[in-house]
Structure formats: C-alpha cells, structure tokens
Ligand binder design. Structure first.
Ligand SMILES: [Zn+2]
Ligand SMILES: [Zn+2]
Length: 334
C-alpha cells in the first residue's frame, strides 16, 4: 500500500500526532511506500494561520518558527528514512507546496533546489484563490469567492490558472488534491449557468459538474493535465475529502475521467494524514472509487531509482493492487 502525502503534529500547527507515531503506524500497517511531505514554510505574515500566532509567537516569531520546523522536519525525516524497519516500508521525503501566490511558488522552487539530495519530490498543491485560503473555514472560502466577484466560473479559472503557474515552475511529481476548492463549496449555492454568477436564483451547484459546465474551465483543466502528462507527473487520489465526509475523494469523477483521457490515467494514492488515525483512512472507499467509478487499469507509486539518487513513477496492474493484503487487514476498519 502507498501514501504520497502526509503531515504530523511535530512540524505543523494543525497536525495531531508526532511524526514518529504516524510513521510507526505506517510500518505497523505494512505500507510498501509512505511519503513524508511537510508543508513548505510561508514567509509572509499575511499567510500565517491563527493557530500559528500565540502568546509566544508574534508575526516574525511565527515566520522564524516555520523555518526552524521545516529544517527540523527534513533532518527527522532523513533519520526515519535511513533506519531499518520491520516491514521494510520505504519512506520518501517530499514537501507540499501551498502556492499562496507567485512569490511563494518562486520561493518553493529555490528551497527545493537548495535542499536537492534531501527533498526527493514535491506535492504541488493550490490552497489559495486571490491570496485567500480555501481550505481553512467557510468564511474564508466565502471571502475568496467574493474576491472573484461572487462568480464561480471566475473563481475556478483563478484556481486553475494559479495551479498552471505552479505546475510550470515546479513540475511536481505529485499534484495534490486537484479539486480542493470543493471542500467548502456550499451544496445549496446557486449559480447562473451562463455567466457563473452566484445569487439567489440560478441552479444549485449540486446539480452540475463544476468542470464540465463551462468550456473555459474544462479547457483550463485539460491544459493543466496535458502539461502534467508532458513532464511526467501524476495526480493523487487523496482520501482526506472522504474523511471530511465529501462524497468523492479529490479529485472527483469529472476530473478523474479527464485524467484518464489527457494524463495517461496516472494516479497515485494518498491519505494526507495529519495523525495516527488518518494513516490509510478511507482507503476502502477509495478502492471502490478506483475500481468502479474510474475503472483504472493501473495504479502508480513513487519508487527510488537503483542509485537511490532520484525517484520515479512505477505502475502496478490493478489486479495486483486489489489483492494487496492491506484490504483484508485494514479495508473495513479504516
Ligand atoms: Zn494540502
Ligand atoms: Zn497536505
């Protein structure tokens, strides 16, 4: 079993358990490959989260702490990766890039370059639209939509354009939670199907595919997927959406079918765990999605090259994935 995206409470404020506990759980569950991908530090005060500011840390203190935590994470992750474990779980070291804005993307590029040899790959994510976080809470999400003129089409185009900038700058091997904007999308939001304007009249968003409703949005998604195909990246199926009670993982079926058509169906699996209870969480639901909604023939994972200098994508047939002992042991319990 694999996960290509995880966090811990040691190095980010909203994590739950220590990194040792999370990685011990991955070993206990006999993961084949488990990737440690802590967030890259943010360097601008406007992107700090409330939980990062406390009595001990003002803005500059909190920014310095993010830098320290990241350095400590890289050291700790190397210790875990290099020491033997009873399940021969392969730990890989990556970082998640949040892509707050273009400056942050440039900064991420430099930081990855400076830590070449330690950081093996990146998870390229987008967490902000119009510089406002879209996965923090409902009021921030609402504010991000308002900053797009309360127009859902404009909002989605801003998301996919920033994603494209991130892709072109970083070429991340794993593209994180491709449709994260749906986390706080209100099910009863009404939208004008012509213009994308949100208002009291219009069609409930739950009745439409956000991707296929507007040609420009679909074209932006296809553009991004074709670019990922070109440089050789993969899209993660991220189960944190299921853990947060969304009906589908990231990405949903509308994006998933486009990945099959335009990006060679290159999917990897991720739990995006922030604690022990989230290791391999909702994987059985993801298996059903993979087998019966997307009908994938293969699943991909990251592996080190023979000289251990690089990582590359490997594929296994879906029959092999489906017969993994993991499903017997943990399928129903998580
Ligand atoms: Zn993320
Ligand atoms: Zn994450």
């Amino acid at each position: 079993m694999h996960s290509h995206h995880s966090h811990s409470g040691d190095y980010i404020a909203h994590g739950v358990d220590p990194l040792e506990a999370v990685t011990n759980q991955a070993v206990k569950m006999k993961f084949h490959t488990y990737c440690l991908t802590e967030h890259m530090p943010r360097f601008e005060a406007k992107y700090l989260y409330p939980e990062e500011l406390d009595s001990k840390h003002d803005e500059s203190g909190a920014i310095a702490k993010l830098q320290r935590d990241f350095k400590n994470f890289l050291e700790h992750a190397q210790r875990i990766k290099n020491r033997p474990n009873v399940s021969n779980t392969q730990f890989l070291i990556g970082v998640e890039v949040e892509s707050c804005d273009l400056d942050h993307i440039e900064y991420a590029k430099r930081l990855i370059e400076e830590n070449r040899g330690v950081i093996q790959f990146s998870v390229g994510s987008v967490h902000h639209i119009n510089e406002i976080p879209i996965d923090f809470d409902q009021s921030e999400w609402d504010r991000a939509l308002a900053a797009s003129g309360n127009n859902l089409k404009t909002f989605l185009l801003a998301y996919f354009d920033l994603q494209y900038e991130m892709l072109r700058n970083l070429q991340p091997l794993v593209v994180g939670h491709f449709d994260l904007y749906k986390l706080f999308l209100p099910r009863d939001l009404r939208v004008d199907l012509e213009t994308g304007a949100c208002g009291i009249s219009g069609t409930p968003v739950s009745d439409i595919s956000l991707i296929n409703q507007w040609e420009e949005v679909q074209a932006a998604v296809v553009r991004n997927l074709q670019y990922i195909e070109e440089y050789g990246g993969a899209i993660e199926i991220n189960t944190s959406a299921l853990r947060k009670k969304l009906p589908e993982p990231y990405p949903g079926k509308d994006v998933g079918l486009l990945v099959k058509r335009h990006c060679g169906g290159r999917f990897v699996l991720s739990d995006d765990a922030h604690g022990v209870a989230q290791v391999g969480v909702c994987y059985e639901q993801a298996l059903n999605y993979i087998l019966h909604e997307l009908n994938l023939e293969k699943i991909y994972y990251l592996a080190e090259t023979a000289d251990c200098q690089n990582v590359k994508l490997e594929a296994i047939p879906i029959e092999q994935f489906e017969s993994d002992a993991f499903w017997r042991l943990y399928g129903k319990t998580r």
